[in-house]
Structure formats: C-alpha cells, structure tokens
Design a protein. Sequence first.
Length: 271
Amino acid sequence: MRAMKTALVVMLLALPAQAAERLAATGLDVKSLDDKGKTQLLQLLDKYSSPCGRAHSLYTSLTTDKACRRAPFAGRFLVFLVGLGLTPEEIAQHYEERFVKPNLGHCKPGGPIRGDEKAKLTVCEFSDFQCPHCKAAEPILKKLLDDYKGRVRLQFKNFPLSNHPDAKNAAAAAVAAGYQGKFWPMHDRLFEHQDKMSAADVERDARDLKLDLQKWSADLPAAAASVDADRAEGMTLKIDHTPTIYIGEREYRGPLRYEYLKDWVDEELAR
C-alpha cells in the first residue's frame, strides 16, 4: 500500500506537493487527468458528502472511513466525469443521479427470470423487442449474468413503445411461449431478427421452437394482458424509454457499455 501511494505521488509531482499527497491518499487512479482536472477532482472530493450518509466529505470517506464501501465507486465515478470535460453543473447532475438522489423503482415479483432465482441481486429490465438499444443491451446483460453467476439474476419486463407497431404482438408471442417454458428462446429469436416480426414471422418462430401451436395461439390473449400489466407497471414507474434497467432499486443512468454497468453492479453488491 505504501509503495502504491508513493508511485501516485510521483505521478502527481506537477501539482503542488500538498495537493499531490492528498490525491495520492485517496488511492484513486488519476493518470487520465491533467493538472487542471486533478485540481478540480480534489475540490469535488472535498465538496461532496460521504455516499454512506456520514457527516463528512467523500474525501474523508476515501482516506479514513474504510467501512464506507461506496466511497471508492463514488471517487472513481468523479474521475470519469471530470475526465469527460463536463461542466460543474453537469458533473453535479450525474453524480446526484447515482449517489445522492437516484431514481428509485421496485419491480414487482413475477415475469421471466434469467440466472439463479436465488441470486443476491436482481437486475430488472423493461424492454421492447423492436428497440435497437434493447437489442444492443442483450449481449451486455448476458455477459453480466455469466460473470456474476449465482450472484445476479435478470428479471424481464415488457414495455412495448407506441412507435413500434409490432412490439406488443412480439412481446405477447414471447410470453405465450413462456407458458410452455420457452420464453427465453423466443426472446432471443425475436431480438435476432427485429426486422421480421409480423404475425407470420413469430408463428414461424413458434413452430421452429416446437411449441404446441394450438395452445400457443390460444394463450396469446392472456399473454397480451400480461404485457399490458408490465407496461402499466412501467408507467407507474414513469418509464419513458427502453431499455430502462434497475440495479437493485436504482435506475441505471449510464452508457450501454459493460464496464459501466458492471461498476454499478459491483457497488450494489458491496452495499
């Protein structure tokens, strides 16, 4: 630990000695920041309060309050935000959305689960089968489940958008397939061909999955009602875009990139 802090001090020699030592004490990797960014970061670490609700600053939590497990995540997030060159107002908004006043939401029990049903952490996704961003999220979420096997599970909720004409019928087709234990295979096929979601297309998928087509067709009205219930739940949570992802009870606010989603998951598991 002493050697690491010494190395950080060496990297920060361009700053005043006291500032360099203070930043080194946090253990944060600030190699990506120039001197101006490092100075701004130090000011923010002093300005923001502990993310663990303590009566002291984030800087104090990083340097003396090791029981505050959220502090390193908050510190690294500030390094990232400062490195983007955002204004102080923009940094404050992003920081508050994650650590101060997150948008909270609790997914109701029910619906398809991917991963260990007894996993410690639930990631809940409100999704639309015709949404290209939802399709882009799928490999990211699958990798998350693979890397956190047994610790994270995915709960899926349908939220078809009104500007996607085939999304609701596709969602009902997947739910009806779920009544025969094949929601996820249908889910994956629908995302594989977002440009082919007509009634004939989804029936072909059902046939390829060897579903009982008569039962599947008969189940579609009930499945559509289930989709409506999911969407009503999403409206209660004031969802207005897809995918909307909740990690625990916090709405994820960040880019659809694995390393950022992973950081939120690590933070939630550490709490």
